[in-house]
Design a protein around this ligand. Structure first.
Ligand SMILES: [Zn+2]
Length: 74
């Protein structure tokens, strides 16, 4: 856990909002949708959540699963 003294106003917006993930942001998605996915823990309280490519893939996967749950047989 490193802490930076210098505060660039934009820095925090550039990394993924998922807890424990610091990858560069790829997409912004609605927070409500992310909240529905228990496997994705995000920080912050904004209406939008920034996700990196990997987390966005997860997001897509789970939102898709929600729609096509039967085909997964689980
Ligand atoms: Zn991420």
């Amino acid at each position: 856990m490193k802490r930076r003294e210098i505060n660039f106003s934009n820095t925090s917006d550039d990394s993924c909002n998922t807890v424990g993930c610091n990858n560069p942001v790829k997409r912004s998605v609605s927070r409500k949708k992310v909240d529905a996915i228990t496997s994705l823990n995000v920080e912050g309280t904004g209406r939008k959540v920034s996700l990196c490519q990997a987390c966005y893939r997860l997001f897509k996967k789970y939102t898709k699963k929600d729609r096509a749950m039967e085909s997964f047989g689980r």
